[in-house]
Design a binder for this molecule. Structure first.
Ligand code: AMP
Ligand code: MG
Length: 401
């Protein structure tokens, strides 16, 4: 049986690179960039005024002038005026500084009468104060964003500021999620006492969406070899990534591995030395599709999705590797099995600013209601069975931040 690290390595080694798609800048948030974004112009593109007030020349002020006839007004976006000697120009925040002016006095420190602005008595003028010089943030042609960056709302500002209406990003993969199980009934349909609501599919779809993958669809098939074969044949035609839930354990209705093999999906591994999620099955389809067959237990299905599916999609998109995250255990955990334990936790921070992980007990790996209070799970190595409070451990958040 593979260790969790070996399983993740095997998944990533089998992961292809998705194609590139060109999308409207407005739709790029959450997608992985596939191009550099270079500065269209200097930033700011001109010497930018940062206050409402007047602008004049230091040489006039230094020569003893404190009153200046107002030559004109220059607002944000207005044509650039050239200042006459001994005069001032009224300027607004965001305006371009008149070329031969180099002093700004805010409107709070001047009085205006009869077209003449006078500087408040005692106010000391400093040259170039309240001026945001051209190119001081970055120069034209500077590399502002690089391939591999997942586009954030802040990056949208950069892309838009460079005048780009479209950008190259990794294509959003077609993910097909299939819930297997005769007992499963979707929300909205009548249900019998012995049946259960189908929750894994909607949860995995939402997890994918929260990580930026929007093209998943969820379907259901019963535990019947023929139905499964027919359904998975269709899904494999469409999917870049196929995610199954249920039917991979040792029960008499667990036909998923057999049917996947029949359909030409090559097994990479079955079972990982972990709890929850030990029965995980992973393989590669005939067109190189990634096939994750997850155990049906809701906690197992979600942990396996977060632990293996999400990193595979990130790699296929060419996303920059996320740095490992750590948290400190807030309570002692005892876990005797020789398996890696993925323990769901709630995060709080202590006075020193450390992330503390409070274990949240799940009743069984079917107890998904407890997960709502958790931020993610910690990874406890399998060669140890006791973990003291204060131990630093790997943290995996459900949703990237
Ligand atoms: P299985 O892996 O098919 O043996 O299923 C293990 C347990 O998880 C069973 O109790 C199932 O009823 C439950 N289960 C399987 N699939 C789902 C699902 N899509 N939503 C909620 N529970 C499920
Ligand atoms: Mg089942």
């Amino acid at each position: 049986m593979l260790t969790t690290a070996e399983a993740l390595d095997a998944v990533l080694a089998a992961t292809p690179s998705f194609a590139t798609a060109r999308v409207a800048t407005a739709d790029a948030c959450g997608r992985v960039l596939r191009q550099v974004v270079r500065a269209e112009r200097d930033q700011p593109p001109f010497d930018r005024v940062m206050m409402d007030g007047i602008a004049f020349a230091w040489s006039d002020y230094n020569g003893g002038l404190r009153s200046f006839p107002i030559q004109g007004m220059q607002g944000a976006g207005d044509e650039i005026q050239v200042l006459d000697k001994g005069h001032c120009i009224e300027i607004m925040t965001g305006a371009a500084m008149p070329p031969n002016a180099d002093c700004i006095v805010p409107v709070e420190h001047i009085t205006v009468s009869d077209g003449v602005a006078e500087i408040e008595a005692g106010y000391e003028v400093a040259r170039d104060r309240y001026l945001h010089p051209q190119g001081s943030d970055y120069a034209k042609g500077a590399y502002l964003l690089r391939p591999g960056k997942r586009v954030s709302p802040l990056d949208i500002a950069i892309i838009a500021s460079c005048g780009e209406t479209e950008v190259d990003v990794a294509a959003d993969p077609v993910v097909r999620i299939v819930s297997t199980g005769n007992e499963l009934v979707p929300a909205g349909a009548p249900i019998k006492p012995q049946q259960i609501r189908m929750s894994n599919g909607p949860a995995i779809k939402a997890l994918l969406e929260s990580h930026g993958y929007r093209r998943s669809e969820h379907t259901h098939v019963s535990d019947d070899v023929d139905a499964l074969r027919e359904h998975l044949t269709c899904q494999l035609k469409e999917a870049d990534v196929l995610v199954l839930s249920g039917g991979v354990s040792m029960g008499q209705a667990d036909f998923v591995p057999q049917v996947l093999a029949e359909l030409g999906v090559e097994l990479v591994f079955h079972k990982v030395s972990q709890r929850p999620g030990k029965p995980l099955w992973f393989g590669k389809g005939p067109r190189g599709q990634l096939v994750f067959a997850l155990p049906g237990n809701p906690v197992s299905a979600l942990v396996c999705s977060r632990q293996y599916l999400i990193p595979a999609l990130a790699k296929a998109c060419g996303a920059d590797a996320a740095p490992p995250e750590f948290a400190v255990l807030a309570a002692r955990i005892v876990f005797p099995p020789q398996l890696t334990c993925f323990q769901p936790v709630k995060l709080v921070s202590n006075a020193a600013g450390q992330a503390l992980a409070m274990p949240v007990k799940t009743n069984t790996s079917g107890d998904f209601a407890s997960l709502s209070a958790t931020d993610g799970y910690v990874e406890l190595p399998r060669d140890q069975s006791e973990f003291a409070a204060g131990t630093s451990v790997f943290l995996h958040r459900w949703i990237a931040h």
